[in-house]
Design a protein around this ligand. Structure first.
Ligand SMILES: *Cc1c(COP(=O)(O)O)cnc(C)c1O
Length: 380
């Protein structure tokens, strides 16, 4: 049975997996303790649950549990990494290299520290959405402390050459931070193999709850240090104070465990459906895929439609198919996507694009319905 409306905006957020919800529920009521209460069983139970979740999260990205700092989400993790590194390594230098197509949480954090004296280089991307490694390497100077490059883009799903970026960082003894919010849980992410020193990700993009995320901070080769951005009781090894969101963290751990087991199968399914959508729409001769089709997440498609306006298309579809024209944070405005413009699209092309974000629960029926609706709107 086809249920309307259809949700194809899984890059903005995902539904909580019922198995995740089930794991969380006891921690609202029965096991409600504060994980920092060391004098009674309520606290011990909460602490044990957080410890277990930290292991589940670490396992998904091949980190050690004590390299995981729990935060409220990837926005906070991005802020913590950029501001924390800028402050901690001030004696070494003030130069940070990032990319023009990063998430706003990275770009706005960079703008914030620029006002405090940071020197930030914004690299461009090619038409596929990918940076030039030679350009990256030649931008490094003696004052460079950090490379900040996202793993996969939230609007296009395009994957950057993360491993190579990490190797360049190592060669020049600068740190490498990656916002991997869209990649973790969708494709294998391994902080050791990928040479990542700090990494942000979030529960609600991987069928976990909103309000829980993490920053991975490498503890050896090299040992990375940052200054805290929230001071208080010294939680999370002094990197992030505040009473832990125990139910959220438990759900985050469960979500990571499920991704570890099911990501390959889910990815294969979503890729088949995504490719079916793209090839069916290409028959209208009005669609163009934006970004690399080779280096791309299995669940995302960003397409432009000839002589069509995405706001108008979304308007026609709004009761039946939930879509986005770019990042949710900017979709309230009618300005063309800065990510697509950075890839060389004209204003008109960028304003004619839609992002299809498939998820674990997307069905073939839903994709067939979407194909039918769009083909109809693109016909005349
Ligand atoms: C969603 C997203 C964020 C923000 O994550 P929150 O957990 O919602 O704060 C940051 N970066 C990328 C790439 C994202 O997709």
């Amino acid at each position: 049975m086809l249920h309307l409306p259809i949700y194809l905006d899984n890059n903005a957020t995902t539904p909580v997996d019922p198995r995740v919800l089930e794991s969380m529920l006891p921690f609202f009521t029965k096991y409600f303790g504060n994980a920092a209460s060391h004098s009674h069983t309520f606290g011990w139970e909460a602490e044990a649950a957080v410890k277990y979740a930290r292991e589940q999260v670490a396992l998904l990205i091949n980190a050690e549990p004590n390299e995981i700092i729990f935060t409220s989400g990837a926005t906070e993790s991005d802020n913590l990494a950029l501001k924390g590194i800028f402050e901690m390594y001030a004696a070494k230098g003030n130069h940070i290299i990032t990319v023009s197509t990063e998430h706003k949480a990275v770009l706005d954090s960079c703008a914030h520290i620029e006002k405090l004296g940071a020197d930030v280089t914004y690299l461009n991307v090619n038409k596929d959405g990918i940076i030039d490694l030679k350009e990256l390497e030649s931008a490094i100077k003696p004052t460079t402390i950090l490379l900040a490059v996202m793993y996969a883009n939230n609007e296009t799903g395009v994957i950057q050459p993360v491993k190579e970026i990490g190797m360049i960082a190592k060669k020049h003894s600068v740190l490498f931070f990656s916002d991997a919010t869209q990649a973790v849980g969708k494709i294998p992410v391994d902080v050791i193999q990928d040479n990542i020193d700090l990494m942000a990700f979030s529960a609600h993009k991987i069928y976990g709850p909103k309000g829980a995320g993490a920053l991975y901070i490498r503890r050896k080769n090299p040992r990375v240090r940052i200054t805290a951005q929230i001071d208080g009781g010294g939680h999370e090894r002094n990197f992030r104070s505040g009473t832990l969101n125990v139910p959220g963290i438990v759900g985050f751990g469960k979500a990571c465990e499920l991704c570890k087991i099911e990501m390959q199968k889910d990815g294969d399914n979503m890729k088949i459906l995504r490719n079916k959508l793209e090839s069916a729409l290409s028959e209208t001769k009005k669609s163009t895929i934006n970004g690399s089709t080779k280096h791309r997440l299995p669940n995302v498609s960003n397409m432009s439609f000839k002589n069509r306006n995405s706001a108008e298309l979304m308007g026609k579809l709004s009761n039946t198919i939930a879509l986005s024209s770019g990042s949710a944070c900017t979709s309230a405005t009618l300005s063309p996507s800065f990510v697509l413009k950075a890839m060389g699209l004209s204003d008109e092309e960028a304003l004619s694009s839609l992002r299809f974000g498939l998820g674990r629960f997307t069905t073939e029926e839903e994709i067939d319905y979407t194909i039918g609706q769009l083909t109809e709107f693109l016909a005349d």
